[in-house]
Structures are given as C-alpha cells and as structure tokens.
Design a protein around this ligand. Sequence first.
Ligand code: SF4
Length: 419
Amino acid sequence: MKPDSSDPTRREFLKTTSMAALGALLASTMPEPAQGQTPTAVPTRAFGKTGATVPILGLGGMFDIPTNQLVLRQAYQWGVTYWDTADCYGGSETGMGMYFEKHPDHRKDIFLVTKSCERDAQGMTRLLEQSLDRLKTDYIDLYLVHGARHIDELSDEIRRWAEKEKSRKRIRFMGFSTHANMEKLMLAASRLGWIDGIMMSYNFRLMHRDQMQAAVEACTKAGIGLTAMKTQGGGSVRADSEAEIALVGRFLKKGFTDKQARLKAVWENPHIACICSQMPGMTVLMSNVTAALDQTRLSKEEVDLFRQLALQTAPSYCTGCAEICEKALDIPAPVSDVMRCLMYCHSYGEPERAEAIFNRIPKDLRDAMRLADYSKIQRLCPQKMPVARLMREGCRTLDRRFRYALRKDDAAIQPVSSG
Ligand code: SF4
C-alpha cells in the first residue's frame, strides 16, 4: 500500500529520519574542535550578568551517564556544553567525572552545574567536596541549592558560604533550583543581591502566567541567569486531547515535532539563557540540537495556540504553587511533589524515579497523607486538579510498602502532569 505522506505518523517518521540524516551530517562535518577552540554549534546566550555565555540547550544529567559516555561526547561536539547534575542523581556526577578524566582538555569548555540537598554551611562543604571528587574537577561553574521551596532556605549562612567558596575558586556562581513556589521564590531572590543563577520549571503552560512573567522580569533586571527545566510541560501529546493532536499536525507541517515546538516556545523568551533538558540517548539529543539549530520561529498564532492548550488542559497540570496546598492542610503533605512523582511515572515513563522521590517522604507522613481530607485544596487549586483522587492514587501506587498489594486495575490510572 502506498504510504500516505499526509498522515502525521508517517510525517513524524520522515522527520525523525531527516533528523537522523542531519545528525550524521553534523557528526561528519563538525570535526572535534582544535585545542584551545570552543565548540560552537548550538547558539549561545549571556547568563545573566555573570559574564558567562551558555548554549541555549543544556544536558540534564539524570540518567545512566557512566554507560552513556557517547552522549556526553556528542553533546560536547555539537556545542551542548551546559552540563547539569546533582549530588543525588545516582552515578551522574561519577559518570561526568569519568568523561573529564578521559578528556581533561574539555573541562574548560563545559559550564558545569551541580546541586546540593544540604541547607547549612557544614553540609554544603561536605557535598561540594564530594561533587568535586566525583566530577574530577577543582571547580563548579554554577552551584545550586537543590529544590528550594521557600526563600528562608537561601539564608545568610548560605550567602557567606558561597562568598567563601567563590574566593577559594571552588565555585564560580551560586544559585538554586526550584519547582515549587517558583514565582514567589524568584521574586524574593531577585532582591537578595547574591543569587547568580536560577533553574526553574518553565514551559508553555507557565510562561503565560502573569506571576511568572513578573518573576522573570525581576530576575532579568537583577542580572540573574535563568535556566528553564521541565520544558515539555508534562510530556508527550495525549491521544485524548483533540487540541493537542491538532497542534501536532500543524507543527509537523512546518517541519518539526510538538516536542521541538515546546522547546521553541521557551526559546522565544530571550531572557531564558538555557533550556536544561534530560537527553538520555542520541535520539533525543539529536532532536533537541536540531531544534536549537533550526531558525524557524513559532508564529504569534502558534504561541497563542499553546496558551489556549494550557488553559484547556489545566486540570492535568500542577503548576507547583505548593503554598496553597501547604496552607490548606493540617499535615505537611508535599502535594506538589506527589503530583510531580505522578508526572514522572505516567508522562515520562520513569516509575523508579517517581518511587525514589515519593519514598523519601517520612513513613508517618505517608500514612497521614493516605487518610487526609483534600477537599479544601481541590476547591482552592487554581488548576482545578482532582487533587483528592490523585493523592489517593499516588499514595497507593508509589509507596513501596504497598507495591505487591496493588490491584490489577491500577494500570488504568490516567496520566497527570506536573512541574
Ligand atoms: S495541586 Fe493545585 S494548588 Fe496544589 S500545587 Fe498543584 S496546582 Fe497548586
């Protein structure tokens, strides 16, 4: 049967094929940079007022890096030289360290980012030294307090610690990452005067919100370099959304996929210096590099379509406004984190990651969360999410203690997006 080239599936295949061809072309026409030269394929932007420039596409390091060294090699060669990791990303730091041990001359070209789960000077020093050791380097370009939720986590003690480590030349810049209360935290951080960089959830769902626009503007004025993460806004197109399917068809006609379009929507904002994207294999790396190199811009109409899609599918997406949940409950249940776990599980296909994060919640709190009344949050939630149902599902399916007691129909749980 003659294939129908107007069929989106086929066009996607053709697109993938052409990306593969482009990848091969990139690989064959871009020799390794000569000694002293910096790789320059992906466009770069200034990182706030730090004086550093970074590629608009960065490599998120939450995958099995020790056995995927080729991804680092190819990322370097294509100019994806912003590398992100964290002390708690399994063997990620060690894997990047393996790479730097083998290619010591590449270290100076990499804008290396890692994060600390600690919140006091002593703990930060311990984890920084551990990161330096694992990464086989003597400095970190951007050191982040990992997953900040409240401004008091960025204490004066941390400021003094950062100043000391900068003077010792063990870190160049200091900041934090966040996927809860992002906008409030960014606004407050813009007034601190010592934050160099922020990595926050930012995508077509969040970028149109007034509070996010105000937060980005304040950070830009303060000279803070901004890195966007969670840029897919909850994963792939879902077959139950006509609006999403229509949007996919439209982008395919222009020559790129909806995943690439979501990156482009973020790059439309010139104040976002870099997108940090998880790229665990060559296919995703190639697709994202292709999007970064492609000059085609989204039309105003397409940006508006993304805005409409965000509104239409709001109840499937948690915007991380954790303070609303926290104030409405009489137990400290991290509702937005549970929503994020469900996103990793259902939208990203990463149940192990979801389980690992969920089971860090203390056992007593997990027990209390199973019995809590979420009806108040459900009324307050700006996204009108079915919070009670999702919390019940999260507590039942992600808690390792109940793994073997799951009913067969748990497989039918609907996808949910967050972060
Ligand atoms: S569940 Fe609703 S109120 Fe709670 S953080 Fe998510 S979007 Fe905000």
